[in-house]
Write a protein that binds this ligand. Structure first.
Ligand code: HSE
Length: 290
């Protein structure tokens, strides 16, 4: 049995507007989790702590002593900004522990464990499997599949300095919806998957509209709507709140620098300074790197 395993895991952008808790995109931005045998305690750092909890859940199932391991996180991913940092930590810990175990869990069991820890599958599925993942949870089972993306799609991320804790952002999401709003979101979410698969970039703006969580979350992120508008005016196909925020993601195929600059200016003008990251979807998910 090896004494240490490192796993690199992609950041993810969840919801994509109407697909609350169900749609998620892996991004070409990575964090690395290492699980290693050590009698030293894990550093008091949230990413390492979440990774260790994930690893212990696997070790309990694979009959490995869960208490002789230490977790480490390396990376510069924005934390608490709606880019799936918690899924990076948990999926990294889970995949590394599985790699260290002689009795292996299959990847669907790993997804089920990560989803249980996360509370939703929309970051966990793309973090583990890569690509654009559509998922539906039924108890411990996660039904999921990847859906195609158009060539040349890029993600322009505006990452505000302001953090948003997912648990706070989930409190403002209503428990029930009118039938009209439910139909609105089902239509948009389905349209989005089909528009991305068929390369209908002209439909992305309509397909990323939402009535379930974005407007409600604007109270935590007042600059959201002006940043959406700035991104679209600069040539983005669409813009949405990434996960529970505070990051805004614009999808584009051209003009990405100008879109990033416009989002950044709108953020600064609306009391939300931040940085811009230009990246692309990642077809790859978590992978063992050492
Ligand atoms: N679907 C989750 C939410 C993602 O929006 O609360 C959290 O990153």
């Amino acid at each position: 049995m090896s004494d240490a395993v490192s796993v690199r895991v992609p950041a993810t952008s969840a919801n994509l507007g109407p697909g609350f808790d169900c749609l998620g995109l892996a991004l070409d931005l990575w964090g690395t989790i290492t699980i290693r045998r050590s009698s030293e305690p894990t550093a008091d750092e949230p990413m390492a702590a979440m990774a260790l909890i994930g690893a212990r859940r696997v070790f309990e199932r694979t009959h490995v002593d869960a208490y002789q391991w230490q977790a480490l996180y390396e990376g510069t991913l924005p934390i608490a900004r709606g880019l799936g940092a918690s899924a990076v930590a948990r999926v990294g810990g889970i995949v590394a522990a599985n790699e260290l175990s002689e009795e292996k869990l299959d990847r669907e069991e790993l997804l089920s464990l990560a989803t249980e820890l996360e509370g939703h599958a929309d970051n966990a599925a793309p973090a583990l499997f890569g690509g654009f993942q559509v998922s539906a949870v039924d108890g411990k089972r996660v039904f999921h599949t990847s859906a195609p993306l158009p060539d040349g799609l890029q993600a322009v991320l505006f990452v505000p300095e302001m953090r948003v804790a997912t648990k706070d952002a989930r409190r403002v999401v209503p428990d029930s919806l009118s039938r009209a709003d439910a139909v609105f979101n089902i239509g948009r979410s389905s349209l989005l998957v089909a528009a991305l698969a068929s390369g209908r970039l002209d439909l992305l703006d309509a397909a990323t509209q939402d009535r379930l969580h974005q407007q409600q979350r604007a109270e935590l992120m007042p600059a959201m709507v002006p940043i959406f508008e700035a991104a679209r005016e600069a040539g983005a196909h669409c813009a949405y709140l990434s996960g529970s925020g505070s990051t805004i993601c614009a999808l584009a195929t051209t003009n990405v620098e100008a879109i990033g600059a416009a989002m950044s200016a709108a953020g600064a003008a609306n009391d939300a300074p931040g940085q811009t990251i230009i990246t692309r979807p990642s077809a790859k998910g978590a992978e063992v790197v050492g």
